[in-house]
Design a protein around this ligand. Structure first.
Ligand code: ZN
Ligand code: ZN
Ligand code: ZN
Length: 286
């Protein structure tokens, strides 16, 4: 069974909206790094989806494609990436449960918090499914060999993860998750489209074929690193061109470097477009 019902409202928490070094950057005295505006403090990029109660107590996530199997139990809280700052983000946002984890790609800023998943394993007394492209799963297995080939005895334990290869759209918590291939320089990475929402971090190009997956998006979270062009991230102007074409009702920029002050940048962005900030909660319409 697909377990997918009609689109319904859900909530997105912006756990981290900063670029890979975080803002403030270590040892930097620029105006943004020294800003007292809390919205200028940006941890590494991640979001938490709260699908609410699916109303389907026997909900399962049946993953389409390849050898993927099914996730038992209901799925409500879904983490996208395990950022370097996962522990601080979970504490700051009172995240107490993670039912599944989606990965966009295996760059350090998106995966280096993976060891913090132990705490959720412990509280939930169960392994946690992780979903990523086959390439990213292979990278994660190699980068974190200690998790997948644990030594016989390990004092603090290791994360207990159940990998699922993403092979196309799948159902999670009664909602359809559509992987959206985008380009991060030469590297193919995944964005995710869920109902009226799309999360496209770490990209500087949306291939034509992926635009077809993004029709009807009303709330967009999109990479916009800084004003100057970059070889693997959209600049603000390039991100605005994407917004212009997609025409979501609201767009929030993420993966932000210390070049952009929150207040001053938002003041010159068009209506409906703003820089996201850590801890921001987005209500996604059904
Ligand atoms: Zn700085
Ligand atoms: Zn990246
Ligand atoms: Zn990144």
């Amino acid at each position: 069974m697909s377990g997918t019902s009609a689109p319904r409202p859900f909530r997105v928490t912006m756990l981290g909206t900063g670029t890979s070094s975080g803002v403030p950057a270590i040892g930097c005295d620029c105006a943004v790094c020294r800003s007292t505006d809390p919205r200028d403090r940006r941890t590494r990029p991640s979001i938490l989806l709260d699908f609410g109660d699916s109303g389907d107590s026997g909900a399962r996530a049946d993953l389409a494609g390849g050898a993927a199997g099914a996730v038992a139990g209901s799925v409500r809280h879904v983490l996208v990436d395990t950022s370097t700052d996962l522990r601080a983000q979970a504490l700051a946002n009172d995240v107490r449960r993670v039912d599944a984890i989606l990965f966009t790609h295996a760059h350090a800023d998106h995966v280096f918090g993976i060891d913090e998943v132990r705490r959720f394993n412990h509280m939930q007394r169960s392994p946690i499914p992780i979903m990523a492209s086959p390439d990213v799963l292979a990278d994660i297995r190699e980068m974190f060999a200690y998790i997948f080939k644990p030594p016989p005895a390990h004092g603090g334990g290791v994360p207990k993860l159940v990998p699922f290869a993403i092979g196309g759209p799948f159902s999670l918590g009664g909602l359809e998750v559509v992987p959206v291939p985008v380009l991060h320089g030469p590297l193919p990475v995944l964005g995710f489209r869920i109902g009226a929402f799309a999360y496209l971090t770490d990209c500087n190009e949306i291939p034509e074929a992926s635009w077809a997956l993004l029709g009807g998006v009303r709330v967009l979270v999109l990479d916009a690193l800084r004003e100057r062009p970059h070889s693997t991230h959209f600049s603000v102007d390039q991100a605005l061109a994407v917004v212009d074409r997609m025409k979501p009702e609201r767009a929030y920029f993420t993966h932000i470097a210390h070049d952009l002050a929150h207040d001053a940048t938002c003041a010159r962005l068009p209506g409906g477009v703003e820089l996201a900030y850590d801890g921001q909660v987005l209500e996604i319409p059904g």
